[in-house]
Design a protein around this ligand. Sequence first.
Ligand code: M6R
Length: 613
Amino acid sequence: MCGIVGYIGKADAPTVLINGLRRLEYRGYDSAGLAVLDDERVVVSKAPGKVAALNERARSEWPAERFSRASLGIAHTRWATHGPPTEVNAHPHLDHSGEVALVHNGIIENYRALRARLEGKGHHFYSETDTEVLAHLIGECDKGNLFQAVCDALHQVEGTFGIAVLSAREPGRIITARRGSPIVIGVGDGETIIASDASAILAHTQRVIYLDDNDIAIVTADSVDIRDLNNIPVTREIAELGLDESAAEKGGYDHFMLKEIHEQPECLANAIRGRLDFNIGSSVLAGMGTSPRELAELGRVVLVGCGTSLHAGLVGEYAFEDLADLHSEVQQAAEFRYRNPILGSRDLVVAISQSGETADTLAAVREAKQKGAFVMSLCNVVGSTIARETGRGVYLHAGPEISVASTKAFTCQVAVLLMMALKLGRGRRFSREEGIRFAQEINSIPMLVERVIRQDAHIAGVAASYVANEHAFFIGRGPMYPVALEGALKLKEISYIHAEGYHAAELKHGPIALLTEGTPVIAIACDIPGKDKTLGNIEECKARGARILGLVTEGDHEAAECMDDFISIPRCHPLVATIPAVVALQLFSYHVARLRGCEIDQPRNLAKSVTVE
Ligand code: M6R
């Protein structure tokens, strides 16, 4: 969603800001803007569309000296919420005097009331945004101390914010604050960079400070002074990012998505490394922070997440039931706190989130904690809000996922869930030998995925036959049902083909009415329990003219012969097979979208991390 960059230091601020925004492009946005202090005046440049358009606009509107002179500024990529993605709605927004500039992520929920009050005092608003109201409110509160003005304004707002503010009246500092929307401060050598996401900081420093909710910081080129909104100083540690700048580059691939699909054997090896113990036939997940007794006393596992992370949870549900004999269920994070979930101290709530910033998942974490459940997270982004608020959990170690369409995070989520289920299973029903056998299955995942990736050229060839369709159905059974949901999500989000995932048996309860000559049905028909029934469902589709692309187990000629096209999945445990199967569908979706000429890494309307409800 929206992205923030702020800079203060010795380099030329406009260039640093635009480069920072480029690093945030993957998050999804539809307009961009920046404000710098030049000659003690706030100057702003904005453009609808891409950061490249903003760069062109600023370079044509501003004198060249401004680029070398300005050493302080703030910038933003906006994902439209209040008002369309026009120039006037783009951030930064100015206050009444034109001397205070603000960039903002999040939503000010009471902006209408605040706007009416300010209009009553003579304020005039140019945009439809909630952010402009906050800019005016800060200006209204400013009686000669910008920090205090921001505190006073933030006390009056309801909703979420990550903000950066500068003022011509106080050159040499930026004020930044957060509530529900992340802010990271990079502490460089004579320069400080503020961002909503560490990827905009990587080029400058590895040393960062994560703000907590209701923190507000006064940032200069050499100092970061953090307080709460009542002006009480708070201490936040400096953390090391430990990320390589090249992780945010395409590395020779045409798209981040393709790079991330191909990286999966390595990411999965990183997610698994050191976490399997073949002596005891279990997994070692220290971050869970649970004693064997606590694990033994668990009565239920509740998995919460959104989108792809929700689908990973659905695979986890099968794993906890199958391997650990543990009642397990998945709940949509967006519903969780509105349905009064019944939770207690014997319930383990696992929040699954690549970004660790998804607003609904974070709200579910808070609700589960409130209700006394045992809460942990599976996050990819180290130091993210969900990871910090749960305090325990397992990092995915997938490395930065830049493409909006999640790929490597999903497979690492499933791998970690399988390791969690193994750990719980060993405490309940698995013998040591069974544990060892399943640990070996998990250990083989990177190699299994590698074997699917080697079929990339074949999958690209298959994809060519499905490019012209506007509808597609994905079907599967058992743990392959969530894989069908994820396959459909991947295809629709990047190729804009209308795709639906169904349990194979559900098709004939309604959706089969939509099958006509040539409608693609992508059937996950691997050799797992229920395969014969899935083959029966495939025949039902064929009888109505559907074109079948099957995922079949290597060497299963009987299944392969039922299909118009097929992709082979290596033979392995049914739960483990979900991972190579999904990788095949990721590649299929990628190639269909590429052949349709879609903007794969930043699909229309989508944001990488959804930080509003
Ligand atoms: O960062 P999260 O895992 O919490 O994100 C959840 C969803 O927004 C995300 O998985 C989304 O569905 C992706 N676009 C899927 O590719």
